[in-house]
Write a protein that binds this ligand. Structure first.
Ligand code: HEM
Length: 510
């Protein structure tokens, strides 16, 4: 009797953890053989490979396919290999792929995840509609003096470090610069993490991206059993409380009115003054087929979640991209010289003062930055989830609602079909005369389509300002412990990063 019971349980578990594992076979889509419970994702679940590494492997394993099947536990996913299909998913057929699908449950969503990056459906659409005006070049220009202030402080800190002759973790230095900037522009506070590496704000930055074992487990449970674990929250309650408290304190100090500082809190307060957000539904239609009207109240928690995501989305991406660029320049002194020449020439025109227009003119620096993001994009893959059945053009395959599709950006960026000598650092590829020949829809460091990065200009300008400030006064050189090809951390989930930072030497320019 006991044995029968155990056998029945095993049978049930086997059934439950392999259901759907014939999804791609039935559709004639090539894929690796899945294993019970984990599908094809065993190594990522156990933090032996990052999500980007898994998508990249699938891309290389099936060089003749336009798309490849994959199972994350029991969930079928599709890795896209064809740039035309990338365009269809991100742009042309966006109506089928507007969700990112990162929240395991569709309706029960923890407050901090009701942000522009994680939100889907009407919540996303209304937020995007209301937040887009906060990212115009006018607003960015108004914010720029705050960026310059931080960039100058970065110079000061670098000077102190350089004078000691010690090796510096450039990843950490750029993270502190970015933290300070987001603290000032996002939360309206002086974060001072440039001076104090243990500042509360820097700790918050580290905490958001540090995935504890408890969080990894919570994620796995929520992901595999979304209905059962829908009320389990990913972020610890104190994080929600401290972000909300921070926001409320600043807003109260401003009497809930824009203060003229031109930071995100001001922008959100301006948006709040406009009242309820009203717009057309992306999810539901009226009986006559026209989109339904939907609305949303921008309350304190919802505003706090947006600032939280600006911090999260802006912080890790910018600090990783800038530090990787500096790393490449350290290993390519001839390119570094060209970048410095470009910075010096432009700054000379502007009285040696960093400003918005000067940074915009630094073309060679921008080329080097684009080339680094090609070699190591912060988001090594993009993700969308099918919202309604979709027949893949020029194929007999139809994918169903809730199937996620992955665009393996890291793999496409390093495919020699699209980039000659892909593992070489060659900023010239991004000279406007050459860049126009890059195949469309394969270079995607900021994504593409209606869900592309909302902070692209801000991220670009803030990153360039930091690097320009540094490279105007210092050169970067490899340290003894620097690895030419640094190791990517297999723990990474959405954003990929380098293991153990990027050690470099800063040498004051004569
Ligand atoms: C170098 C810096 C940055 C890089 C490389 C970067 C990259 C990206 C990428 C690849 C995406 C996903 C796009 C897609 O799925 O098509 C994204 C989305 C997003 N980014 Fe950025 N980002 C940067 C800076 C910023 C900054 C400074 C902010 C805000 C202050 C920001 C806010 C966001 C938000 C809110 C989204 C989600 C947009 C949506 O779903 O509607 N990013 N970013």
């Amino acid at each position: 009797m006991y044995l029968l019971f155990v056998a029945l349980i095993c049978l049930f578990l086997y059934y439950y953890t392999t259901k759907n594992h014939d999804y791609w076979k039935k559709k004639g889509v090539k894929h690796d053989k899945p294993i019970p419970l984990f599908g094809n994702n065993f190594r990522q679940f156990f933090q032996m490979a990052s999500m980007t590494q898994m998508a990249t492997e699938m891309y290389w394993k099936y060089p003749n396919e336009r798309f490849v099947g994959f199972y994350r536990a029991t969930r079928p996913e599709l890795v896209i290999r064809d740039p035309e299909l990338v365009k269809a998913i991100l742009v042309t057929d966006f109506a089928h792929f507007y969700p990112r699908g990162l929240n395991p449950h569709k309706t029960v969503i923890e407050p901090l995840l009701k942000n522009l990056f994680f939100a889907d459906g009407d919540l996303w659409r209304l937020l995007r509609q209301r937040l887009t005006p906060a990212f115009t070049s006018g607003k960015l220009k108004a914010m720029f003096p705050m960026i310059v202030e931080r960039a100058e402080k970065l110079q000061e800190i670098a000077l102190e470090t350089a004078s000691t002759g010690k090796t510096i973790n450039i990843r950490e230095l750029m993270a502190r610069y970015t933290t300070d900037f987001i603290g000032a522009c996002g939360f309206g506070i002086e974060a001072d993490s440039l001076n104090d590496e243990n500042s509360t704000f820097r700790k918050l930055g580290k905490r958001i991206f540090h995935i504890s074992t408890k969080q990894a487990l919570t994620n796995l449970l929520k992901f595999c059993y979304p209905e059962i674990f829908k009320h389990l929250e990913y972020f610890p309650p104190e994080m929600k409380e401290s972000v909300l408290h921070l926001m409320k304190t600043v807003m109260e100090q401003r009497n809930y009115k824009p203060s003229g500082r031109n930071d995100f809190i001001d922008l959100l307060l301006e948006l709040k003054e406009k009242g309820k957000i009203v717009g057309e539904s992306i999810e539901r239609n009226n009986p006559d087929g026209s989109p339904r009207q939907v609305d949303l109240e921008l309350d304190d928690m919802l505003m706090a979640s947006q600032v939280f995501v600006f911090f999260g989305a802006g912080f890790e991406t910018s600090s990783s991209s800038t530090s990787f660029t500096l790393h490449q320049l350290a290993f390519h002194p001839e390119e570094q010289k060209k970048v410095q020449q470009n910075i010096d020439e432009v700054l000379k025109k502007y009285d040696n003062k960093l400003c918005y227009d000067a940074v915009k003119e630094m073309q060679y620096l921008e080329m080097a930055f684009y080339e680094s993001m090609r070699m190591f994009p912060s988001l090594g893959f993009l993700i969308r989830t099918c919202a309604k059945k979709y027949k893949i053009p020029d194929s007999n395959v139809t994918i169903d609602e809730d199937v996620s599709v992955f665009i393996p950006v890291q793999a496409m960026h390093t495919d020699e079909k699209y980039f000659e000598e892909p593992h070489k650092f060659k900023p010239e590829r991004f000279h406007p005369n050459a860049a126009k020949n890059i195949k469309k829809h394969v270079y995607l460091p900021f994504g593409e389509g209606p869900r592309a990065c909302i902070g692209e200009r801000l991220g670009l300008m803030q990153s360039m300002a930091g690097m320009a400030a540094l490279l105007h006064k210092f050169s970067v050189e490899p340290a003894e412990e620097s690895l030419k090809n640094p190791i990517v951390d297999p723990n990474a989930t959405l954003v990929q990063y380098i293991k153990n930072g990027l050690p470099l030497k800063l040498v004051a320019r004569s």
